[in-house]
Write a protein that binds this ligand. Structure first.
Ligand code: FAD
Length: 186
């Protein structure tokens, strides 16, 4: 596809875990596609004038960092552009919260709007390889917009697909209301 052609084989290794600094379509490093820890490694290399953008090739030759540490955005100054993980957390927060407040019985117009929103979102999500994966999954399992419950479950399943690829824990979708709307029971 278009983006992987323009980015020199920047992709994710076998399980989908990103490694190293990813390039954007213009060939420049893409912060929104890169974990902060990998970005800072790049910075160090640059200082030593040995800099070469590190990436994972389609064959899986990872030359960048690993994804073991969930908190890689820690240390990212507050006024810095988001890294891939900060952007991911903020986006999931928005999406799950939006689903939690979506009408229980949406009108046809509301269902169309939600479908359009999700379709547009999957085109423009700034981490291009995340967006590519998402579009693939959405083709396999189209958004379910007929009710709040259906949308919340669909989104939870989508998030779990990403969690699985990143070796993160699978979330119990029975708990989406508690997590994203009502809070824990006292
Ligand atoms: P996050 O995964 O961001 O989750 C935030 C919180 O949501 C969790 O703390 C938990 O309380 C809750 N939660 C977790 N799972 C669920 C669920 N299934 N349903 C409801 N709530 C849940 N990163 C990549 O490296 N590669 C990718 O291909 C990729 N694709 C992405 C696609 C999309 C559409 C988005 C929005 C993000 C993507 N990301 C990707 C980012 C990644 O999913 C994480 O957001 C990021 O790694 C930070 O993870 P985290 O551990 O802080 O928690």
């Amino acid at each position: 596809n278009e983006s992987s052609k323009k980015n020199p084989e920047a992709t994710t290794s076998g399980g989908g875990k990103p490694n190293g600094v990813f390039l954007d379509k213009d060939g420049k490093p893409c912060r929104a596609c890169t974990a902060f820890r990998d970005w800072t490694k790049r910075g160090k290399k640059k200082e030593s004038s040995q800099h070469k953008v590190e990436m994972t090739t389609k064959e899986g030759n990872a030359t960048g960092g690993d994804i073991a540490n969930n908190n890689s955005s820690q240390g990212l100054p507050q006024d810095c552009p988001p890294d891939s993980e900060q952007l991911g957390r903020a986006t999931w927060t928005f999406l799950h919260t939006m689903a939690a407040y979506y009408p229980e019985k949406p009108s046809s117009e509301q269902q169309i709007s939600m479908r359009n929103l999700l379709s547009g979102f999957s085109q423009f999500y700034p981490c291009w390889y995340c967006a590519e994966h998402l579009r693939e999954e959405m083709n396999k399992i189209p958004p379910k917009v007929e009710s709040r419950r259906a949308l919340g479950k669909w989104l939870c399943d989508m998030h779990n697909i990403v969690n699985e690829r990143l070796d993160k824990p699978i979330f119990d979708c029975n708990k989406i209301n508690e997590r994203w709307k009502d809070g824990p029971k006292d």
